[in-house]
Design a protein around this ligand. Structure first.
Ligand SMILES: Nc1ncnc2c1ncn2[C@@H]1O[C@H](COP(=O)(O)OP(=O)(O)OP(=O)(O)O)[C@@H](O)[C@H]1O
Length: 270
């Protein structure tokens, strides 16, 4: 197994997961997993269905806290923080399935995210002000939905709903963005569009951890890749090294896909 270059020497990681485990009864969905992510980096996470990828996101984002281990963000222990506090600390996420208020406009969905995502709010005082207008506009522009602000969310095509989830996450002004299968179910042209948007987000200096089964998306965007299997890390290292790792080829990629991926990476780097 290739290990992350300089893992031990990595200076002041933005996020450190140390020996994180999550048990559901007898099942160790995440098993003693450690990983560090430095500021500005894109870490891609792959692995077979049920490997524990989303469960790791649940633990980091506070939705389903780790059973043991530590999660440190910007030097602060966030292992036991509730999800709103994790968000206010600077970690936002998107979901595999579309999350959004169907009966509200695209713009109002992002306003809700900007309103609740930045600091503690009380529901009875909930009223949209114009104070977040600039943040909402900026988030919609970043994902390419600026012209669709007035549209009803429930009528959006799947790709736009995924971009809207991203806009909502960005409106909370995150330092770290967790993206859970951002291109699942999209066609190749839509995948390219989300790739372009993700590159723009990276360009804003936002650190990203992304889970994705679409390997061309994962390897082209990631600085480093982590592959999980049965809750454990089976590979951590460069995207290029992935296709040569026997274990990863055997349990996840398969021979054909790994050869196609290797060829793609050579083509892209040429
Ligand atoms: N709330 C839960 N209660 C019980 N078991 C769960 C729960 N959430 C996840 N699991 C189990 O934990 C394991 C890991 O699931 P998880 O969703 O993290 O996998 P994944 O790698 O994200 O898979 P996929 O690629 O299919 O999304 C699976 O066996 C799943 O059934």
């Amino acid at each position: 197994m290739e290990t992350a270059a300089g893992d031990d020497q990595m200076e002041e990681p933005l996020l450190t997961c140390r020996n994180v485990s999550k048990h559901f009864g007898a099942l160790a969905a995440v098993n003693n997993l450690s990983v560090k992510v430095k500021a500005g980096e894109v870490l891609g996470i792959g692995g077979p269905n049920g490997a524990g990828k989303t469960t790791l996101f649940e633990a980091i984002s506070g939705l389903n806290p780790a059973s043991s281990g530590e999660i440190i963000f910007q030097g602060r222990d966030i292992t036991r923080l509730p999800p709103d506090a994790v968000c206010h600390a600077g970690i936002a996420r998107t979901y595999q399935l579309n999350a959004g208020f169907d009966s509200m406009s695209v713009r109002d969905n992002v306003r809700v995210a900007a309103y609740f995502g930045r600091r503690n709010r009380r529901i009875p005082g909930f009223r949209f002000g114009s104070d977040s207008d600039a943040q909402v506009r900026e988030a919609l522009e970043l994902v390419g939905l600026a012209d669709k602000g007035d549209e009803l969310t429930g009528r959006l095509p799947v790709v736009d709903r995924k971009l809207l989830m991203l806009a909502g996450a960005l409106a909370s002004n995150p330092k770290l963005l967790l993206m859970d299968e951002p291109v699942g179910g999209l066609n190749p042209k839509e995948i390219d569009l989300v790739m372009e948007v993700t590159r723009r987000i990276v360009g804003r200096g936002i650190t990203i951890i992304l889970i994705e089964h679409v390997m061309r998306f994962l390897v082209q965007l990631s600085d480093r890749v982590l592959i999980m299997h049965h809750g454990e890390k089976i590979y951590e290292g460069s995207p290029q090294g992935l296709v040569h790792d026997r274990n990863v080829v055997d349990v996840y990629l398969g021979e054909g896909a790994s050869q196609r991926l290797g060829a793609l990476m050579q083509q892209v780097s040429a």
